[in-house]
Design a protein around this ligand. Structure first.
Ligand SMILES: NC(=O)C1=CN([C@@H]2O[C@H](COP(=O)(O)OP(=O)(O)OC[C@H]3O[C@@H](n4cnc5c(N)ncnc54)[C@H](OP(=O)(O)O)[C@@H]3O)[C@@H](O)[C@H]2O)C=CC1
Ligand SMILES: O=C(CO)COP(=O)(O)O
Length: 333
């Protein structure tokens, strides 16, 4: 085990709470910032987070506060676990509280809708003093909170920082690999959510397991094309934050993105559903692909589906009618 540090977690949702628990298990002092007073009280008084992790008893020693300054005070490592589209707003508020040497680990999976920026670019805008990294990979919050074995990747442009963080956050049930491909790890996590919606919609419309497998495989081709255009390494996308997370999220209703897609495929009302980051990322991912001339028909179809422009049956019919081609088209990046 590494030296005991203070880890601050921004966000008292499912993933923030699970990462707080795992940080505690890695031997650190942990403080969660949650804006919701009831969540703070439930974590501190009853060792539970019934809104986001119902039925799970949290480890003793976890602390939560609605005072972000108190949560961040003395923290050597800050985990940002605020949904992607709210990350800028929260960082704007907390940036002055982040020290020059603080390690800031982005744990949300998304691309900023308004700007097309990865979250590390949002940090560069607002808290350039922070040493930024991203944590991503196949990991359901409930599995992690329950202490089931999980592996993720932590990436930073500075490979030594990534390795340091992997050491800091790993425990006997939470294995962190390190990487210097920050862009690849961020993109893998953000785009798999869009593809999980596509897979879920295919399942919801009862188009069959074969169609679902084709959707995921060809979706992965699009993920790799977008990754290549951003300079991501192909091996990164074949790893935990890419293929690994696709395997998890495109085949299980435990994934909120997959479940959201299922509801979409069944034609159900989508109001009031739990967070599905892919719904926010789809439009900007489709726009980025269009602007960069990247062929990404599945990502575009998810965007259209979410906007109500087409049905899943129309989307699949259009995908099936595309011109036949080599599976490995070298004309695409
Ligand atoms: N759940 C999972 O299994 C995993 C999730 N992730 C990623 O982690 C990110 C967060 O997901 P998750 O924790 O599950 O989401 P949840 O919906 O469970 O929780 C979101 C949390 O963020 C808080 N929040 C939202 N907006 C703000 C804001 N403006 N200021 C302060 N707090 C805010 C919410 O507070 P409030 O309750 O007050 O609204 C809530 O505590 C997503 O990007 C997701 O893709 C990654 C891996 C696994
Ligand atoms: O990212 C996740 C697992 O790795 C969680 O997926 P969902 O947000 O779709 O539930």
């Amino acid at each position: 085990m590494t030296q005991r540090s203070k880890v601050a977690v921004l966000g008292g949702g499912a993933w923030g709470t699970a990462l707080a628990v795992t940080s505690l298990r890695a031997g650190h002092e942990v403080s969660i910032f949650a804006r919701d007073a009831e969540t703070v009280e439930a974590i501190n008084q009853r060792r539970e987070n019934p809104r986001y992790l119902p039925g799970i008893t949290l480890d003793a020693g976890l602390k939560a506060t609605s005072d972000v300054g108190a949560a961040l005070e003395g923290a050597e490592c800050i985990l940002s676990v605020i949904p992607a589209q709210a990350t800028r707003g929260v960082l704007q508020e907390v940036a002055p509280l982040i020290g020059a040497d603080a390690k800031l680990v982005l744990c949300a999976k998304g691309i900023e809708r308004g700007t097309g920026k990865l979250l590390s670019q949002v940090v560069a805008d607002l808290a350039p003093q922070a040493r930024v990294a991203a944590l991503s990979g196949p990991s359901f919050a409930t599995d992690v909170a329950r202490g089931l074995p999980t592996a993720v990747t932590i990436a930073a442009q500075d490979g030594e920082l990534a390795a340091e963080l992997a050491q800091l956050l790993s425990s006997s049930t939470f294995r962190c690999y390190s990487s210097s491909d920050l862009t690849g790890v961020e993109l893998g996590g953000a785009l798999k959510n869009v593809l999980a919606i596509a897979a879920g919609a295919t399942a919801g419309a009862q188009l069959g397991a074969s169609a679902q497998a084709a959707m995921v495989t060809r979706g992965f081709v699009e993920l790799r094309r977008v990754g290549a255009a951003f300079g991501a390494q192909a091996e990164t996308l074949m790893g935990l934050s890419g293929l690994g997370d696709l395997i998890l999220s495109c085949g299980s209703e435990q994934s909120r993105n997959f479940a959201y897609g299922m509801a979409l495929g069944r034609g159900e009302n989508l109001d009031g559903r739990p967070l599905a980051e892919g719904a926010a990322t789809a439009e900007i991912a489709a726009r980025i692909a269009r602007e960069k001339g990247i062929e990404a028909p599945i990502i575009a179809a998810v965007d259209q589906l979410l906007k109500g422009g087409i049905t899943i049956h129309q989307a699949v019919a259009a995908l099936m009618a595309r011109p036949l081609r080599s599976e490995h088209d070298e004309t695409q990046p």
